[in-house]
Write a protein that binds this ligand. Structure first.
Ligand code: GAP
Length: 513
């Protein structure tokens, strides 16, 4: 099965099992907007809790806030979003399809990478255990040729982006004979800039309504509250402000399910530091954030850093944490050194003093900022993609199982009476009532026990607890483990301890320190 097929199956699975639905589906949906169902909402809340606690509990110099989506419109002038929050667009005249010019060129770069990896794969098969991959990568003529070609393209692309040279972006597309996947032609328009912010109006038209924007990032709500939080919390630089919230972008090319949405959720933290100390903190947060991802146990090899070719208008260093999605390595989180750009700019546009008085240095300055910015939805997708598994079992049976990190699983335990009589349902309810204050628990008595296990596997429930006749005799149950499908007979009194050990947020957080 190709990665594309697996991805399609994952999308279908998300819908069938109440994780993600297309928005307003009864009206045929709204492009790049999605709703989270009963299991999706639980998983999403658990991801957010993990982030919030990692940032605000483990770092006692990070405080969390919740700022409004609507902000004064000058905010976006000051932040640079009105003038510079653009994507370079190109249309194919025959298919009438619109593309991001930079994404078309990134796909060209990825093709060189694919060619290199294919050479390595072929050689590994040919040479078997005698294969020296490092030497092969350094000496094989086809690899060297592709690497050189990639380097030339990459340098040209990075320069065009940094110079905001739209003609050159078009020229690259022409020179490399990029073809529209729909029409199959090279009939391209010029490249144009397109602003990604959604605008709306506040107030009635009679009063002279004001044009405002749906925030394209949550970060600005933090910047404008910098002094409010600093003064009321009495924190000293270095300190951070974190928040989780919705952001909105009128994405042109909205594909790949919840990877690129028009309404999405961010978890952002701005860490305010002394000018000149930003690179030290940039490194610190890069390492802390990577650890956060890896602690989920989805596979360390699935993550990598990717430094930006083009720095945003506010940054002096930037890297992405990328995750290996079914459609390749893609950005899940950005870590940016934003200098003093935002605070200085807000100071200028608002006319208010936003300086921090440093009591140790006995001087006032505008702090520099390190930002960590992660998408909830992309994290959700990365976890679902890494967890989805179709297994062939002994005896010709098969199952779909989500190996979700137990701490994030929407449901922690399912309580299942073996049959619907003899007092077993009542006993099962009793067990559920014991557990439900600590863990999200479901009760299921419909269908055979085998079918019920499969239903729980498909939503990633780590534990199934079966109540049978022996339970009535000696207060014991069977507990079935999702990944191994092993079953054990245990005392009801021990259930809390067994489940807690696996699903404890505390145990996960301890891996980060
Ligand atoms: N404040 C900085 C900022 O917003 P960004 O790299 O544009 O930086 C940060 O966005 C993160 O937000 C990304 O790494 C990604 O996870 C998420 N994100 C951005 N655009 C998104 C979209 N259209 N759909 C889903 N997630 C998105």
């Amino acid at each position: 099965m190709t990665q594309e097929d697996i991805f399609k199956k994952l999308i279908a699975h998300c819908k069938e099992y109440g994780f993600v639905f297309p928005s307003s589906e009864i009206y045929d949906g709204l492009a790049a907007v999605y709703d989270y169902g009963q299991n999706g909402a639980e998983l999403k809340n658990n991801i957010k809790r993990y982030w919030w606690e990692a940032m605000t509990l483990l770092n006692d110099n990070v405080a969390g806030i919740d700022s409004a989506i609507f902000m004064h419109p000058t905010t976006w002038k000051a932040s640079g979003h009105v003038d510079a929050f653009n994507d370079p667009l190109i249309d194919n005249r025959d298919s009438k399809k619109r593309y991001r010019a930079d994404v078309l060129i990134e796909e060209l770069l990825a093709k060189f990478d694919e060619k290199i990896e294919k050479e390595v794969e072929k050689a590994a098969k040919r040479f078997g255990s005698a294969f020296d991959e490092k030497l092969f990568r350094e000496t094989n003529p086809r690899i060297l040729e592709n690497r050189e070609k990639r380097g030339i393209l990459h340098a040209r692309f990075a320069k065009a982006l940094n110079d905001s040279n739209l003609n050159e972006l078009k020229q690259i597309i022409v020179d490399y004979e990029v073809v529209c996947p729909i029409s199959g032609t090279k009939n391209w328009t010029d490249v144009r800039q397109f602003n990604l912010m959604f605008a709306t109006e506040i107030g009635s038209t009679a009063d002279g309504a004001m044009k405002i924007y749906l925030r394209p990032e949550t970060a600005q709500g933090i910047f404008v509250n910098f002094l409010n939080v600093q003064k009321t919390s009495r924190m000293k630089v270095p300190f951070g402000i974190a928040q989780i919230g919705k952001a909105f972008r009128n994405e042109i090319v909205a594909r790949q399910f919840i990877f690129r949405m028009r309404e999405f959720e961010q978890m952002e933290m701005q860490f305010f530091v002394r000018p000149g100390e930003e690179m030290k903190w940039f490194e610190h947060w890069k390492q802390f954030r990577l650890k956060w991802h890896k602690a989920l146990g989805l596979g360390d090899h699935k993550y990598r850093f990717h430094d930006h070719d083009k720095l945003a208008h506010y940054a002096n260093a930037a890297t992405d944490i990328e995750f290996e999605m079914p459609f390749g390595f893609k950005e899940v989180e950005g870590i940016h050194s934003r200098t003093d750009f935002d605070l200085s700019s807000h100071e200028k546009y608002s006319g208010k003093n936003i300086k921090y008085f440093d009591p140790e240095l006995n001087e006032s300055y505008v702090p520099y900022v390190i930002e960590t910015s992660i998408g909830v939805d992309r994290t959700f997708l990365s976890i679902m993609a890494a967890s989805y598994d179709e297994q062939q079992l002994e005896g010709g049976d098969s199952r779909v199982v989500l190996h979700l990190p137990a701490v994030l699983a929407p449901v922690k335990a399912a309580v299942l009476p073996l049959i619907k009589k003899d007092g077993l349902p009542e006993k099962a309810r009793e067990v559920m009532n014991l557990l439900k204050f600590d863990f999200k628990t479901v009760y299921d008595e419909k269908d055979s026990i085998g079918k019920r296990y499969r239903r729980q596997d498909a939503v990633g429930t780590p534990f199934c607890i079966t109540i049978d006749h022996e339970t009535l005799e000696n207060e014991s149950v069977t507990i079935r483990f999702r990944d191994t499908m092993q079953q054990e007979r245990v005392k009801i009194a021990d259930l809390y301890k067994i489940i807690e050990k696996e699903v404890s947020m505390k145990n996960l957080l301890k891996k980060l320190i």
